[in-house]
Design a binder for this molecule. Structure first.
Ligand code: ADP
Ligand code: MG
Length: 411
């Protein structure tokens, strides 16, 4: 028996609804990937020759986030391991370029995965890229087999380093006689190939496979499949999965978003001590996800933008729900005095308002006032409780000293 402790009351209240939490996590690789049979079939057909030590074509996989690219490649890696358990013919490696994003880092990871002999391991730093590349090429050649190297999120590495790494890796084959290397690049950026040099484009994109966003019906199937394993019967009320799927499809069909929504709905129901999960829990989860996202954006604004946003909040609170740039600017100047932030010009403030508009925090419409020229008509577009987050910012600790200026009235 454990001693009574501060956690007891929480655990008692919490009702366990999710039988297996791991299954709802986005890192979990399911045995079954609904609606990706076609893509899996094409990829398997292309890389199957590798199991007979023949070179497989390079592949470029393109699709927005949450379309199952990483899940499919992990699944194929697992299947390949079943086909060749001792990796006698083919070694499969998946590197996430978001985590390792320098050419040295990528080559270091590939090399040390492949090189099992401790005496020949590559040091963490200190070698030139050419030296690692030649050591790696020698090792690969000695192994007399095929290597499939999957580079996930290649746009990350590309943004930092250009396409050198793809050049290095795709040209290893030029020096090999006994072994072969195939590269599978995965990108979330549908325009990725436009940025590649023509030579790399033709090498890397020998085969191009597109992963389209999931439709509402497909998301529903994916969620049902996961839910079957994660929940006992009668825990999810009927409308939960269709509702999660519908909300996610509207926003672009990202399976990760759909899974997170389901997981958070379950979490909220559990914390409330409820017996089952309903549409209301999904609604709360959705709300929380949105608020968290806006909160994050607001917290990372620069100080000038924070003062501009606070000016719009103050005007709104004074009853002016629609305002023009001049109204924001008068309040802004006063807040600059209170916060000690140097005031910038009205024109620059106008630019910052446009940025806030792009972030979805305010609505700004350009309005023509005839000969008087054009100005913006501005409205706040965040929930009230989110404004509290900005007010809690240390720079606004003296904000109570603020007194509203006389308002300009809109025509
Ligand atoms: P991407 O790499 O395209 O951004 P992921 O492969 O990481 O997307 O998928 C995001 C999440 O959705 C993962 O948890 C994955 O398991 C799940 N997922 C994606 N597609 C499917 C599918 N067809 N069936 C089941 N789960 C899927
Ligand atoms: Mg991915």
């Amino acid at each position: 028996m454990t001693e009574p402790n501060i956690f007891t009351q929480y655990l008692k209240k919490r009702n366990v609804l999710v039988k297996n939490k791991k299954i709802l996590q986005t890192s979990y690789i399911p045995e079954n990937l609904p609606h990706r049979d076609e893509q899996i079939h094409i990829i398997v057909e292309i890389i199957a020759p590798a199991l007979e030590k023949n070179k497989a074509s390079n592949i470029l996989i393109i699709g927005k986030t949450g379309t199952g690219k990483t899940a499919v490649m992990n699944y194929i890696g697992k299947e390949l391991k079943k086909a060749d358990p001792s990796e006698e013919s083919c070694t499969f490696i998946l590197i996430n370029c978001e985590i390792v994003d320098t050419p040295y880092g990528i080559l270091y990871n590939i090399a040390n995965y492949i090189i099992s002999d401790p005496a020949r391991k590559i040091p963490f730093t200190g070698w030139s890229v050419d030296k690692i590349l030649s050591e790696l090429t020698n090792y690969i050649e000695e192994k007399n087999k095929t290597f499939i190297i999957v580079l996930d999120e290649i746009d990350r590495s590309f943004q930092k380093n250009g396409d050198d790494i793809f050049y290095y890796l795709t040209s290893i084959n030029d020096q090999l006689k006994n072994s072969t290397v195939s590269i599978i690049g995965i990108t979330n950026n549908t325009k990725f190939t436009e940025f590649l040099s023509p030579k790399i484009k033709s090498r890397l994109g020998e085969e191009k496979i597109v992963f389209p966003p999931y439709t509402v019906d497909q998301l529903r199937d994916i969620l049902y499949e996961r839910a079957k394993e994660a929940f006992d019967e009668n825990i999810l009320s009927e409308e939960v999965i269709p509702y999660c799927a519908a909300l996610t499809a509207q926003e672009g069909g990202d399976a990760r978003v759909a899974l997170n929504l389901l997981r958070m709905s379950a979490d909220i129901a559990e914390r409330n001590g409820d017996q089952f999960i309903s549409e209301a829990h999904v609604r709360s989860a959705k709300n929380k996800i949105e608020i968290d996202a806006v909160t994050e954006v607001i917290k990372t604004l620069n100080p000038q933008s924070k003062v501009v946003l606070m000016s719009i909040i103050k005007n709104t609170e004074e009853g002016q729900t629609t305002m023009i740039t001049g109204d924001v600017y008068s309040t802004y100047k006063m807040l600059c005095e209170i916060t000690g932030i140097p005031a910038i010009t009205q024109r620059r403030v106008g630019d910052l308002i446009s940025e806030l508009d792009m972030l979805g925090i305010v609505h700004a419409r350009v309005k023509s006032f005839g000969r008087a020229g054009r100005t913006k008509e501005i409205e706040l577009n965040i929930p009230k409780n989110v404004t509290e987050i900005l007010k809690a910012d240390d720079m606004f600790k003296d904000i109570d000293k603020y007194r509203p200026a006389k308002q300009t009235t809109l025509m």
